[in-house]
Design a binder for this molecule. Structure first.
Ligand code: RB5
Length: 146
């Protein structure tokens, strides 16, 4: 898959681990995140990744900040983005199966590398189930259009 990843200064090391992990699994990964530990503003990275995913330039996105919350809130302001913060793999599977999340987010200050990898596995191995879940995702899109 074509994957775009973004992060702030709180998540440089975890971003590098996850990029390498995704590449090992055969994904093509584009890095829109910072590679410096100097303080930056997470909304910039959430928006950049969100816009690229919403435009269809990538199959999905991965966002990491300290908690995963700020950067996902920013991404979710972009029409068409469904970014979901997860701190364990069951939620990561369900946000794909039920919500068709197109961005998975987590916090470098919340999860360790192994949990982050299990979140990635659960999300990438899952498929959207459609049906009644499609109806609900469509209702979310309707909110964006009102
Ligand atoms: C940065 O210190 C921190 O606020 C950010 O990484 C994130 O946790 C925000 O939600």
């Amino acid at each position: 898959m074509k994957v775009v990843i973004g992060n702030d200064h709180a998540a440089v090391e975890l971003k590098n681990e996850i990029m390498a992990y995704l590449q090992e699994k055969g994904h093509e990964v584009t890095n829109f995140g910072t590679d410096s530990n100097d303080s930056v503003n997470y909304p910039e990275y959430g928006e950049k990744v969100g816009r690229a995913v919403a435009a269809g330039e990538f199959d999905c996105g991965v966002l990491i900040c300290g908690t995963g919350v700020g950067i996902s809130i920013a991404a979710n302001k972009v029409k068409g983005v469904r970014a979901a913060v997860c701190s364990e793999p069951t939620t990561a599977r369900l946000v794909k199966e039920h919500n068709n999340a197109n961005i998975i987010a987590f916090g470098a200050r919340i999860v360790g590398v192994e949990t982050a990898k299990s979140i990635i596995d659960a999300y990438f191995d899952a498929e959207f189930l459609g049906g009644r879940h499609q109806t609900r995702v469509d209702l979310i899109s309707d909110i964006e259009n009102r």
